[in-house]
Design a protein around this ligand. Structure first.
Ligand SMILES: Cc1cc2nc3c(=O)[nH]c(=O)nc-3n(C[C@H](O)[C@H](O)[C@H](O)COP(=O)(O)O)c2cc1C
Length: 297
């Protein structure tokens, strides 16, 4: 089964992506990268765009609204080794959609077509998009956008079937994924509420999607990609590897934040996990955070 890690801002950086790949994840995707910030040489954005050679194949996801800026950012990422370029057409954040980016692109199919055409011409590597079901429940237009995308030469479409208004609440209506699968002949990647290998099988059976993308279900559980039950010792080894990668590849301040965040997710289900999480967030060095975590493991 082709299981992929979903892009998640602030989470799916190189260490977490590599841990998921080692557990069996297919094509990886970077977290969203602001196209304009990348083109303008923003240091933080350049850090986000870094990857480890073992991560390949890896797709880089761009966030933006200006076709020329997006095209320039895509060319740079392709030159840096991207195996695919993905366009974010689903980000629901107010300040992003206010700039006509993310999910706002789905509201304006004509503008979306221009963006897709320009990006398609800019790169030779596969070009994919990630969409929602639409802006709100009155404007569910995933099929319309998918048909436009196919016409513009997009190679694959990931569908997270919530509307922008739904953000991350409610259930993701998988039927929308099936409608997109039926409407286009390019591969469709299904996404939304997959929390286990069995859920992934159900999603494929229900929609006919070619691959499954997992987001929140991989937080604190990268072993979801193995498709097998992973015992306590094997889980501990994966967590230790993840922490080591964070410390080796992220600047110290980011490493501290990431070790806290991920160990808090890994602590779900441990006895006294609420108290443990508070203690993790109070610690002021990555080594101390890990010591507290292993003391409760
Ligand atoms: C913390 C967080 C950050 C996210 N960041 C991105 C992002 O950068 N790009 C994107 O396309 N989707 C982003 N998403 C959406 C996920 O990729 C995915 O579509 C959504 O969480 C539904 O899948 P899930 O139910 O498997 O989590 C994010 C989701 C979360 C929870």
């Amino acid at each position: 089964m082709d299981l992929r890690l979903a892009p998640m801002a602030g989470v799916t950086n190189a260490p977490f992506r590599l841990v998921c790949r080692e557990a069996g994840a297919g094509l990886l995707t970077s977290e969203e990268i602001d196209a304009r910030a990348l083109v303008e040489g923003n240091a933080r954005t350049q850090l986000i765009a870094r990857y480890l050679p073992e991560e390949r194949p890896i797709a880089f996801q761009l966030l933006g609204g200006d076709p020329d800026v997006l095209a320039e950012a895509a060319r740079r990422l392709e030159a840096a080794g991207a195996d695919a370029i993905d366009l974010n057409m689903g980000c629901p954040v107010a300040k992003i959609v206010a700039k006509g980016q993310g999910a706002a692109l789905m509201r304006d199919p004509l503008r979306a077509a221009v963006v897709l055409r320009t990006l398609r011409k800019a790169v030779d590597v596969p070009f994919t998009i990630k969409i929602r079901s639409g802006w709100d429940e009155r404007t569910v237009n995933a099929v319309e956008i998918a048909r436009i995308a196919e016409g513009e030469g997009v190679d694959a479409i990931t569908v997270h079937p919530r509307t922008r208004s739904q953000q991350y609440t409610g259930h993701a209506p998988w039927a929308v994924i099936h409608e997109v699968v039926a409407a286009v002949s390019v591969p469709v990647v299904g996404n939304g509420d997959v929390r286990s290998h069995a859920d992934a099988c159900d999603l494929i059976a229900a929609t006919g999607c070619a691959a499954v993308m997992i987001g929140r279900g991989a937080l604190g559980a990268p072993w979801i990609f193995t498709g097998e039950s992973v015992d306590r010792d094997a889980r501990a080894a994966i967590i230790r590897r993840h922490c080591a990668l964070i410390e080796a590849h992220l600047p110290p301040r980011d490493a501290l934040v990431q070790v806290k965040k991920h160990l808090a997710w890994y602590s779900a289900g441990l006895a006294g996990s609420a108290r443990l999480r508070t203690a993790l967030f109070q610690a002021d060095a990555a080594a101390a955070v890990q010591e507290i975590f292993w003391g409760s493991w």
